[in-house]
Ligand binder design. Sequence first.
Ligand SMILES: [Zn+2]
Length: 393
Amino acid sequence: MSPSGAELLREIKGRIDEVDPAAVHEQMNNGATIVDVRETEEFAAGHIPGAKHVPRGYLESRIEGAVPDRAQHVILYCASGNRSAYAARTLIDDLGYENVESMLGGITLWKDRGYEVDVPKTLTAEQRERYSRHLLLDEVGLEGQQKLLDAKVLLLGAGGLGSPAALYLAAAGVGTLGIVDNDTVDLSNLQRQVIHSTDRIGVSKVDSAEQTINALNPDVRVIKHEVRLDATNIMKILPGYDIVVDGLDNFPTRYLLNDASVRLKIPVVSAAILGFEGQLSVFKPYDGPCYRCLFPVPPPAELAPSCGANGVLGVLPGTMGLLQATEVIKLILDEGEPLIGRLLMYDALAARVTEVKVRRDPDCPICSREPDSIGDEELGVFPDYEAFCAGAH
Ligand SMILES: [Zn+2]
């Protein structure tokens, strides 16, 4: 008569070595290979950090791939210690592994002892549907979409450039969007600032942007900074963000942003527009030039857009803002060739894009130095702006 399941298990457990989770915890980083023999869904719900996954049903076909050396110390575990005992017997008796143990009590006891468990992040069914066109791309996929969801991007301004950038970054699933703006929605904004709407005239731009983003994608958390960015608040706002989208309309704040972002080593995706022309570049501190390397002195005052109201073709900030969003996503995914050390110029009337190389200035007053040596009093040092604008007339 063949033995019952309980008898067989007892017999097997008598022949294999069982080890306590405490011993496994000690062996974790000590040369032993830990193998989880549970089913895929069980492994995905949480496993011992660094464990390899070979479901018991695939032991014979897959263990060689996970543990090629039969003399290697292997510790198997399952939920409670029974399946791993059977698996240990298979490894020893049928597959010739020499140093195999089974963890007592499985991951249940491991957790009871308070040891660490890795829970891989997964997308919900709704997220898999929402981001399905991203998941089909090798360059994005599940891992890339997770990076986007984990990313924290700060938009300076919910205006012409910030509106399209924020909309598309939100749609792409960038998980945290900070917005700095202290303005309210004005009728004259709506020709290009597409995140706002006619019924929100007079509403603060950060509230209006948040409303649109929440309606578009509930995965996105909006952090509102309803202030004007200046030297007193920049070092409080920037830390913690991965990337800054610069849609600023004035040079003094651009220099301030540059100096603070170099000090904090946060890349800035910067765009500027005037009339029918746009410019774009990515300033990644210490990887390429900074804004001061490119513009050691401010451009001539008559070209400074913030010295008064200037005309702009409504779609132009849309084009440039989406190029910014594209660069942001490339940086998050670490894919493609970011626009570092290159200045892209777009002439909408001519339908022409040109590009110039920009080099780091070895004598740059900011990025030629160590970040920690840049003092608070040096941030955004710039000629008096009122006088600067007056020079234009
Ligand atoms: Zn520089």
